[in-house]
Design a protein. Structure first.
Ligand code: GLY
Length: 591
């Protein structure tokens, strides 16, 4: 058997921590050596910058423990939906700082039976009792970001449990309770603390120490959990058991709902106003996918309340008017065009994009080819475009919004899967900031701070801001789970964590694959240039840093920095090719 039992897995992790030299030998017997070699094979490919190649199925997640368990489900005939559920349950344990049952997610699914793209919105909702000035001080000024994040006020009604159940109802093939087994075992018998989790705890020590449950779990004896050590989460195991037996009802109407509501409202810092009615009312919403043509491809993703697919469609729609492939990735002119296309798209995003159940988002007007061609003419010049403004969309549905005031910092996790039935799944999942609100329930998971994705201000120059806070509304997101079709068939499945930089990370990866023919691993590790609001951020210690003088000569303010994208990509060509961002711990596994 290719997949290994739990104890052996722990042993392998201890012997071969992530990034260890794959040529190391173990003392294990031959068949175990085979398993070990196979596993280290995937790590080795990533280290060498090569894609994983497979014939039948593939999964790419942010953590090897999650990828392996999802791979086992796929190997045993499970669908992409089944594998995603198992992966998410494990991610909530091994990468709890990024996503989990206390958060929300967007899912894009290609159903190979109906040949349809379906998008499901499992975003958190604002409590019905929320006030629109919740993130303002007594003078009406926006709070500092972390003053708003930490505590109960920032917690929205979690959507992930309902989304997992809905996904299984629609596309599951494996018995629901079987999908929980490995995550329950890992929680009870121990899992390995990754380097990323350990260093994230160190970085957030102060805020994690503010709440007893959180401190006890992540900082036992006041010490951050150490990378490579084994840790347990018995409360999470009990939660998973209840979820497996009772379904998502236990989260929205059962004892876990009681726990979530009490944790939010009795928080010792910034208590919130989440009610049982909010929990009971929660619904996953199927939304129209946002699809737009880019060259000979159809790029499909999640519409509002995410701004991801719309903003990417705008960037690509503007760039389609230029020969990016001829200009190539090392040309400053390429990056002038990408940077200014992104600035134009972000100007529209600030003004028009929010939860479309609350505001009329002019979706068709925003991605109309005529409109984007007009916008592209604004950057048809030699140097940086000085004045960037949102377009004047006069369609009936457009409203006269004020430019928003949202702060979005990197976090989150992405899962890409193709199963042997030809279904493809792209899901970006989050609790927003690293460790979310820092509130840990008695049920063993962290609660999100998704409400800080709303605009902290409600008005700008007397005009209402589209992404303002309202009861029941879903905060605008940048998450961009994407499936790209060619002739109606999926060819690229991708997405990334990273707050509002997600949009740049995903569009850079798309451009690198479609225009520059990068393979999945090269695209996952593409060097980033990100320009949202004027300053050009170039990834330091990469080929991008060489562009600094040329972009400065084009009148940009340029800064070098590092990025923490986590692109997880599958390319379906003659075979399946998988890549996972070298900047994070993700891994593609296929067979
Ligand atoms: N909280 C990350 C996002 O939704 O964009």
């Amino acid at each position: 058997m290719f997949f290994i039992n739990f104890k052996l897995m722990i042993l392998i992790f201890l012997l071969f921590p992530f990034g260890a030299n794959s040529n190391q030998k173990s003392d294990l017997n031959n068949s175990e050596n085979y398993k070990l070699n196979k596993e280290s094979h995937f790590l080795k490919l990533k280290k060498e910058g090569k894609p994983v190649i497979s014939d039948k199925w593939m999964v790419v997640t942010a953590n090897i423990q999650a990828s392996k368990i999802a791979a086992k489900i796929l190997k045993n005939g499970g669908t992409a939906a089944d594998a995603m559920i198992s992966a998410q349950l494990v991610l909530g344990l091994v990468e709890p700082e990024s996503s989990g049952l206390g958060g929300g997610a967007f899912l894009v699914y290609f159903d190979n039976k109906t040949k349809e793209i379906i998008t499901l919105d499992g975003r958190e909702t604002a409590p019905l009792l929320i006030k629109e000035n919740i993130f303002q001080d007594t003078n009406g000024n926006p709070l500092k970001f972390f003053d708003a994040v930490v505590g109960g006020k920032s917690v929205g009604t979690p959507g992930t449990p309902a989304l997992l159940e809905e996904t299984h109802k629609r596309w599951g093939k494996t018995d629901w309770s079987l999908l929980f087994e490995d995550a329950i075992n890992l929680s009870k018998n121990g899992f390995v603390i990754s380097k990323k989790l350990s260093s994230s705890i160190k970085r957030s020590k102060r805020s994690l120490s503010k709440f007893l449950n959180t401190k006890t779990y992540f900082l036992p004896n006041d010490k951050p959990l150490k990378s490579g050590n084994i840790h347990y989460n018995k409360n999470y195991a009990d939660t998973l058991k209840a979820f497996a037996e009772e379904g998502s009802k236990v989260f929205y109407q059962g004892f876990i709902a009681n726990d979530i509501v009490a944790t939010v409202n009795n928080a010792s810092l910034n208590p919130g106003v989440l009610s049982h009615k909010d929990m009971h009312n929660y619904k996953v919403i199927q939304r129209e996918p946002v699809c737009s043509r880019y060259r000979e491809y159809e790029v499909c993703g999640m519409g509002p309340p995410s701004s991801g697919a719309l903003t990417i469609a705008q960037i690509l729609g503007i760039l389609e008017n230029y020969e990016i492939s001829k200009l190539g990735p090392k040309n400053p002119e390429t990056w002038r065009l990408i940077g200014d296309a992104s600035r134009l798209a972000f100007a529209d995003r600030s003004l028009y994009m929010a939860d479309s159940d609350y505001v009329n988002v002019p979706i068709n007007a925003l991605i109309s080819k005529i409109y984007l061609n007009e916008r592209s003419q604004l950057i048809d010049r030699k140097n940086k475009t000085e004045k960037i403004k949102a377009g004047n969309l006069t369609s009936k549905s457009s409203l006269n919004w004020g430019k928003d005031h949202s702060i979005e910092l990197p976090s989150t996790s992405h899962i890409s899967i193709v199963d042997k039935y030809g279904n493809a799944l792209s899901m970006t999942t989050t609790i927003e900031n690293g460790f979310g609100s820092r509130l840990m329930t008695n049920s063993g998971f962290l609660l999100n701070n998704e409400l800080t994705d709303f605009s902290f201000k409600s008005f700008k120059n007397g005009k209402k801001i589209a992404n303002n806070i309202e009861p029941g509304k879903r905060p605008r997101s940048s998450m961009a789970p994407t499936i790209i079709l060619k002739n109606g068939k999926p060819v690229y499945i991708l997405g990334s964590p990273g707050g509002s930089n997600i949009i740049g990370y995903v569009s850079n990866a798309i451009i690198s694959m479609i225009d520059w023919k990068y393979n999945a691993q090269e695209a996952a590790s593409v060097a980033h240039g990100i320009n949202k609001f004027g300053t050009y951020y170039l990834e330091k210690n990469t080929i991008m840093s060489k562009l600094l003088p040329s972009l400065e000569a084009m009148k940009y303010k340029v800064k070098l920095r590092s990025f923490s994208s986590g692109l997880n990509i599958i390319h379906i060509g003659d075979k399946l090719y998988g890549g996972s961002d070298h900047r994070r711990e993700g891994i593609a596994i296929g067979n």
